[in-house]
Design a protein around this ligand. Structure first.
Ligand SMILES: CC(C)(COP(=O)(O)OP(=O)(O)OC[C@H]1O[C@@H](n2cnc3c(N)ncnc32)[C@H](O)[C@@H]1OP(=O)(O)O)[C@@H](O)C(=O)NCCC(=O)NCCS
Length: 205
């Protein structure tokens, strides 16, 4: 398995990347920002993407976005093809794009918003901390990406202060060390359940 910085020789994978993202989103029934092949190609051409390949076969992808005039970067659009899940490939892709982000944008804070426990775990192990949305970029173009998410009404009604996603932030100035404490899946799961209960107004039994 090859996990590398994507270049122009990988442009032909843009469609399968978009299709795999869209299929996974509809399968999970969760919100996701939509991506076009043109957008994916621009990330590849700018050296801002990581691709995983099993020979010629597409296995996974992730890209860098820059916000707030380079003060923040996000590692977005993480996708592992269903055939390659559960083999720690997401971890390898995230580590590669994280190291690449630190190298290319050494002064930027790295952040992400996600509802996925796998991503929370990976981010936490890389040194991200869970934060409120107020700690993240206020660049409107980042938050505009949420308009295609099915939970956008929640973000609107909370005045962009909170949503089902958890914000996570890595500040390179604060620390250069990995976590000494363990990721606690129960804590993140409970946080997610509480948010879903509050925002989706689930009826009690
Ligand atoms: C989420 C996704 C990227 C995980 O890819 P993967 O290669 O199977 O993940 P890994 O094997 O690297 O797993 C990393 C860790 O997350 C855990 N994990 C993986 N999938 C999980 C899930 N669905 N729920 C909870 N934890 C999960 C793994 O157990 C592993 O933890 P461990 O190190 O303690 O064993 C993949 O399922 C996917 O592409 N899903 C659809 C798109 C998506 O959700 N993207 C994230 C958008 S924010």
């Amino acid at each position: 398995m090859l996990v590398i910085i994507a270049d122009s020789s990988h442009i032909s994978y843009a469609t399968i990347i978009c299709d795999t993202i869209a299929e996974s989103a509809s399968h999970r029934g969760t919100g996701i920002a939509k991506r076009t092949p043109e957008y994916i190609i621009s990330k590849i051409e700018n050296g801002n993407a990581v691709i995983a390949l099993d020979g010629e076969k597409f296995a996974g992808f992730c890209y860098i976005e820059s916000w707030g005039h380079g003060k923040f970067v996000a590692n977005s659009g993480l996708i592992v093809h269903p055939d390659y899940r559960g083999q720690k490939l997401a971890k390898k892709i995230k580590k590669k794009i994280f190291d690449h982000s630190l190298e290319k944008y050494p002064d930027a804070k790295i952040f992400g918003i996600t509802t996925g426990l796998a991503v929370m775990k990976i981010n936490y192990e890389l040194g991200y901390e869970p934060v409120t949305f107020s700690e993240l970029t206020d660049d409107p173009s980042f938050w505009n990406g949420c308009t295609t998410c099915k939970n956008f009404d929640i973000l609107s009604r909370t005045d962009k202060k909170m949503c089902l996603c958890t914000g996570m932030l890595y500040d390179p100035k604060k620390k250069n060390e990995t976590h000494k404490h363990e990721y606690n899946r129960k804590v993140f799961k409970r946080l997610k359940n509480i948010k879903q209960h509050l925002f989706l107004k689930k009826k009690s039994k």
